[in-house]
Design a protein around this ligand. Structure first.
Ligand code: MRU
Length: 336
């Protein structure tokens, strides 16, 4: 385990200790969550967020449901009901269903509580290793220089080094990185608050920029590559990620700057043919008329708040996974 990596959750037999990401970077508040409803609230409020992180927390939520009510182990209907409740709490990231379904499958063959706990913990440890591999695979293929990234894809969003931010970390270690441009990621500022928090801790050079600045930076030849994470990748390589990703991809393509996606294989949803079919979370408009907790307009302002967008495969140079680096049109060939 890397010494500098930040761990935003700790698994106890009867609870989850969770660093509340909504309070960062101003306060480090740890929450104690004792049941699946508390974890669901934390996922929906983005106290924990990022596709792989919510996958692991979703898996742990189901473990806690079983810990609190052993009947779930022998009642298939109850197990499904509890699993569905957790899986449906955020719709876009496929990793949430992935984590919960892994536990359901395990429980079908094992009803020992300690072994279920160990299984969830092993999923977490596996994700750390997966992200190390993504980091290395990505750092080898990205060009040296200045990298632009969006949202937060680091240790807060995915176990260990993170996904896209793990690649950036590795590039820094390999002396391939000059500077990271971090786009703010309105409305909830995952880039400004969380990615900057992680880069500061690692002393990686960065500049925070507003989301709309990327076109100008690219026009001025200030960006050598863009790398982002993913919440769900369709079988044709179309990719859902934080709202604003598509605009960076458009600008990058216009200026012929390579645009990369870094994600574990579990983010690929082979059951979905194209990005058209990926469910996009729509969040409360009140998030758009606030910046942190201050209103930027009157409280009755009408706002539209899609949380994710789709970047078409044709704008993606390569998808970096733990198994290798693929062009989007190779994704379908990975189906087992
Ligand atoms: O709404 P969020 O903060 O959960 O959105 C997160 C993202 O869009 C990330 O880029 C994605 O989940 C990949 S995290 C490694």
């Amino acid at each position: 385990m890397h010494k500098h990596i930040f761990e935003p959750f700790k698994f106890k037999r009867d609870r989850l200790l969770l660093l509340d990401q909504t309070k960062l970077p101003f306060e480090e508040v740890w929450l104690e969550l004792f049941d699946s409803d508390m974890i669901i609230e934390a996922i929906q409020s983005l106290r924990v967020r990022g596709a792989p992180s919510i996958g692991i927390c979703g898996a742990f939520a189901l473990y806690l449901s079983i810990y609190n009510n052993n009947d779930i182990l022998t009642d298939e209907k109850l197990l499904k009901k509890e699993a569905d409740k957790i899986k449906n709490c955020r719709p876009t990231a496929i990793n949430l269903s992935w984590g919960v379904d892994k536990v359901v499958k395990f429980v079908n063959n094992c009803i020992n509580l300690n072994e279920i706990f160990d299984f969830v913990y092993s999923l977490y440890l596996q994700e750390i290793e997966i992200n190390d591999k993504i980091a290395l695979n990505g750092a080898k293929v990205l060009p040296s220089g200045n990298i632009l990234t969006h949202c937060n894809t680091g240790s807060l969003a995915a176990p260990g080094v993170g996904t896209a931010l793990g690649v950036i970390r590795k590039m820094f270690q390999m002396r391939k990185l000059n500077l990271v441009y971090v786009s703010e990621t309105r409305p909830l500022l995952q880039g400004a608050r969380l990615t900057v928090f992680e880069l500061e801790r690692d002393a990686i050079p960065y500049k925070l920029v507003i989301d709309g600045a990327s076109g100008m930076l690219m026009r001025n030849s200030m960006v050598d590559a863009v790398i982002v994470g993913a919440d769900r990748i369709a079988a044709n390589g179309d990719t859902a990620n934080k709202i604003g990703t598509f605009m960076h991809a458009l600008a990058a393509n216009y200026y012929n700057i390579p645009f990369f996606v870094a994600a574990p294989m579990s983010t690929i949803d082979f059951s979905i043919a194209t990005g058209e079919d990926i469910p996009i979370e729509e969040r409360d408009g009140s998030e758009v008329i606030k910046c942190m907790n201050s209103f930027t307009n009157k409280s009755d302002t009408s706002a539209l708040n899609y949380a994710f967008d789709i970047t078409p495969a044709k704008f993606i140079r390569a998808i970096i996974t733990e198994n290798g680096v693929y062009s989007p049109n190779e994704i379908l060939t990975l189906f087992e």
